[in-house]
Ligand binder design. Structure first.
Ligand code: AMP
Length: 408
């Protein structure tokens, strides 16, 4: 469903390698981030190069965009990808060492409409899956205004270091923005009293953010401004956001501590400097990723019906060695004629194959036996009333079409 939706909106699917050079992630995701510091599965290969199992999608997509000359395509270039990711962490509910993401990116559009499109589509995917989610959004400005803000933030924490958790003590020097999204109650308390980034944005980022919010208002996307969303990665600028299940947010609001992202099902943001940083031409970009395990478990809890496998029109049963040998070709003939069909080439007895046909809900069984093969015929069995007819093997396609037309 989500892939089709993204294709309808002009996104092309891309598949990037699961193994990339460690240097790529160090350079993009960033040295002081949790992913690079603690969570990467890295090892040295036979040429003594350090490689890493992909911990996030964006760096690989950006590398592919540059290396495969996508900068010469008409812009924006809209790409999506899904697949496994690996992060070393203590396994717990909703946090796995191997998990899957659906990721989509718009490369080459600096306009706030691109941020809004990505957020709108994220919301739409949740909605179509019956998942009630709210967009928690913030702007982290450009790198200059952020530098100024970080000075103020460090000032705020100056005499409070001993009150912070061990991770935040480290963050204070390595990645101070992350102090704002720590989940520890003591740290959350301190974060709620900290100066807010949106009050210290450069003018252009401020105007950009206002326009994004106007687009969201117009497209009826429910959002809340959240000063605690900073996203942990180095490459973000301006818009950052996460999708939080609406129920989770209520639980948060009931508590006395401030609302922050606990159980995001997805998140993303703008990264205008990354492509140039990796060696491409300056290209503004924005993207997001859903955690598929979390998204699908929410969809399941909401009772969203995952489309069941469709019933086949035909079950092909074969009897005897010669018939089994011919069954591949007959299966292919029927498949390429457009019928939906199933078979189990490993089964031999008719009874067991008809049971399978019944279970699958097939309308007709086509039975190819030893005798029929010699005669150039085949049996069509109506699975509802058990009536069987022998027809010419050459005419099987027309005969089935005729019967299926009558039975529908
Ligand atoms: P991130 O790339 O960290 O922004 O993560 C985007 C989304 O991926 C999150 O909102 C989660 O839904 C999901 N996610 C991140 N890490 C994990 C993990 N270790 N296990 C399962 N899902 C994850």
């Amino acid at each position: 469903m989500a892939s089709q939706l993204l294709r309808d909106y002009g996104f092309y699917e891309i598949e990037t390698p699961i193994l990339e050079s460690t240097a790529l992630y160090r350079r993009t995701t960033g040295e002081g981030t949790d992913i690079v510091e603690k969570e990467m599965f890295s090892f040295t290969d036979k040429s003594r190069d350090s490689v890493t199992l992909r911990p996030e999608m964006t760096p690989g997509i950006v590398r592919a965009y540059i290396e495969h000359g996508m900068l010469n395509r008409p812009h924006p270039v809209k790409l999506f990808s899904w697949g496994p990711l690996f992060r070393y962490d203590r396994p717990q509910a909703g946090r796995y060492r191997q998990f899957h993401q659906l990721d989509f990116e718009i490369l080459g559009n600096p306009n706030p409409v691109a941020d809004a499109e990505v957020i709108f589509l994220s919301y739409l995917i949740c909605k179509k899956l019956g998942v009630d989610a709210t967009v928690h959004i913030n702007s982290i400005g450009d790198s200059e205004s952020r530098k100024e803000y970080i000075k103020l933030l460090k000032e705020h924490y100056r005499n409070k270091r001993r009150l912070l958790c061990e991770d935040c003590k480290r963050r204070l020097t390595k990645n101070p923005l992350r102090l704002l999204d720590c989940k520890e109650p003591g740290c959350r308390e301190l974060a709620s009293e900290a100066p807010q980034l949106v009050d210290h944005l450069d003018e252009e980022s401020k105007q950009h953010f206002i326009k994004v919010l106007e687009h969201l208002d117009e497209s009826e996307v429910p959002y809340v401004l959240s000063p605690f969303i900073v996203r942990g990665l180095d490459y973000y600028n301006r818009t950052v956001f996460e999708l939080i299940p609406t129920g989770g947010e209520e639980a948060e609001q009931d508590s006395e501590t401030p609302v922050i992202a606990q159980d995001a099902i997805g998140g993303g943001g703008r990264y205008d400097g990354l492509i140039e940083h990796v060696g491409g031409r300056p290209t503004a970009a924005v993207g997001m990723a859903f955690g598929l395990e979390r998204l699908l478990s929410r969809a399941k809890a909401a009772g969203t019906v995952v489309p069941k496998k469709k019933k086949p029109q035909i079950f092909l049963a074969q009897l005897g060695e010669e018939a089994t040998k011919h069954a591949f070709l007959l299966f292919e003939k029927l498949r390429s004629a457009g019928f939906s069909l199933e078979a189990n080439f490993a089964k031999e007895g008719l009874k067991s194959q008809l049971e399978l046909a019944n279970k699958a809900g097939a309308t007709f069984a086509v039975i190819l036996g030893q005798k029929e093969l010699l005669d150039g015929t085949v049996i069509i069995r109506d699975m509802e009333n058990g009536i069987q007819e022998v027809v010419d093997l050459e005419k099987i396609v027309e005969e089935l079409k005729k019967r299926l037309k009558h039975s529908s």
